[in-house]
Design a protein around this ligand. Structure first.
Ligand code: NIG
Ligand code: FE
Length: 410
């Protein structure tokens, strides 16, 4: 029904963040109903709902805003199971990259893939995200590292997102690694390939954001600044992979450049995190990477306590986080980063959407998009409490039921 009709979701235990940026509160209303008209929430109430063309009985289950995954590398060809085994026997992630493997292995496979292949793979991954309650996600390029493949990836992202219920935000990550043909000359690669591509991508409307992997072994602070300045000049939004494995000045650079987000931050020094807070940069935390690479987790609890804006994402990619499930990310945020379930819900909905510039979602309240998830559980906290459980029973996008699964609670 979406744009035309109306849908009432009734008999749910509704839990939602508040609209106010900075609030960590989740308001829970038992026996709630939600009216969606023309794709937008028009009313939220308790008890008996008004009449509507369609009624969805939630049978007392928990309902939340649809999830948002603000950091993925979901477009790529080939997996890296061999590298997984190498890391298990003690090889380091950056050691493998420095030897021409890791990200560069995926670059080789992706350069060989057609645009149609890449779009088909991404659509399947969007289906998987949808079945886990995600209706908005970010997807980065960054496995082409040459003009043709980066453009092909960005076009495939837009193709895959067309007519798919998951709303895709695309990010140009040309500065993901120094490709083999520019080995030892990261600055030259940025000047000759990445900066000109930023101009072209902005002109052709192929990405909303530009990202850079600021890390020893990838790009220095000066090189990253050059990328972000070019992005600002082209009118694109800024994101940065900062302090993922080593403290390298990425968080301070994010504050200096006014990035929408700095992501990872496993090794970010506290004073630089506070600079990010004061510059209103969202910390996008990706605990899947800490799990997979065996690194200490980012200081999520401390960041929330310091009044930072914190969001959560999967970092889904074939190397450091082959995790497509935001459910597992939410579990890790509670158990390993010591965030409360309410904070985790806010971080995976409203804050994640805000970091992507989507202020129309992530909250269930009048005026917001009618994007909800109904869980096969009585409270939303089951998402964080039951690792590996399949709890998404329905996903509603702008008032349309776009996914439903008949699961019965165990
Ligand atoms: O966010 N650090 C850079 N990029 C990804 C990993 C990509 C890969 O290993 O393929 C990350 O961890
Ligand atoms: Fe990443």
């Amino acid at each position: 029904m979406g744009a035309e009709g109306s849908l009432v979701i009734e008999n749910v235990t509704l839990s939602t963040p508040l609209p106010e940026q900075g609030s960590w509160q989740v308001v829970t209303t038992p026996d709630a109903y939600v009216v969606i008209e023309g794709g937008i929430v028009s009313e939220v109430g308790k008890g008996t709902p008004p009449r509507a063309e369609s009624i969805l009985d939630g049978c007392g289950r928990a309902a939340i805003p649809a999830l948002c995954d603000p950091h993925t590398h979901a477009i790529f060809a080939g997996w890296r199971a061999r590298e997984f085994e190498m890391r298990l026997t003690g090889k380091g992630y950056k050691e493998i990259l420095a030897a021409g493997g890791g990200i560069l292995d995926t670059v080789r496979a992706t350069r060989e893939a057609s645009g149609d292949d890449l779009a088909r793979l991404l659509r399947r991954r969007l289906d998987a995200m949808l079945s886990r309650g995600v209706l908005t996600c970010e997807v980065k390029s960054g496995y082409g590292l040459d003009v043709d493949t980066e453009i092909r990836m960005l076009k495939a992202i837009s193709e895959a997102g067309k007519d798919h219920p998951v709303d895709v935000v695309s990010t140009f990550l040309g500065a993901h690694a120094v490709p083999g043909e520019w080995s030892g000359d990261g600055a030259g690669y940025i000047e000759e390939v990445v900066v000109p591509l930023i101009g072209e991508i902005a002109r052709r409307g192929l990405a909303e954001f530009v990202d850079v992997f600021c890390e020893p072994g990838a790009f220095s602070v000066a090189e990253s600044r050059r990328v972000l300045e070019a992005a600002t000049g082209a009118g694109l939004g800024l994101r940065i992979h900062a302090d993922e494995l080593e403290a390298s000045g990425g968080a301070a650079l994010a504050a200096e450049m006014g990035c929408a987000s700095a992501e990872h931050l496993l090794s970010a020094p506290p004073d630089q995190l506070l600079q990010m807070r004061d510059a209103d940069v969202t910390a996008v935390l990706l605990p899947g990477t800490a799990l997979v690479l065996g690194q200490p987790y980012a200081q999520g609890r401390w960041m929330v306590d310091q009044g930072m804006s914190v969001a959560l994402g999967s970092d889904f990619n074939p190397g450091s986080s082959p995790i497509i499930d935001m459910g597992l990310i939410m579990v890790l945020a509670c158990l390993q980063m010591k965030m409360t379930p309410a904070e985790v819900l806010v971080a995976a909905t409203r804050n994640a959407a805000m970091s992507l510039g989507r202020r129309d979602r992530g909250v269930v309240a009048p005026g917001y998009r009618g994007d909800l998830v109904i869980l096969d559980a009585p409270q939303y906290t089951h998402l964080m409490y039951r690792p590996g459980a399949r709890l998404v029973s329905s996903v509603i996008s702008a008032g349309d039921v776009v996914f439903s699964e008949d699961i019965t609670d165990l």
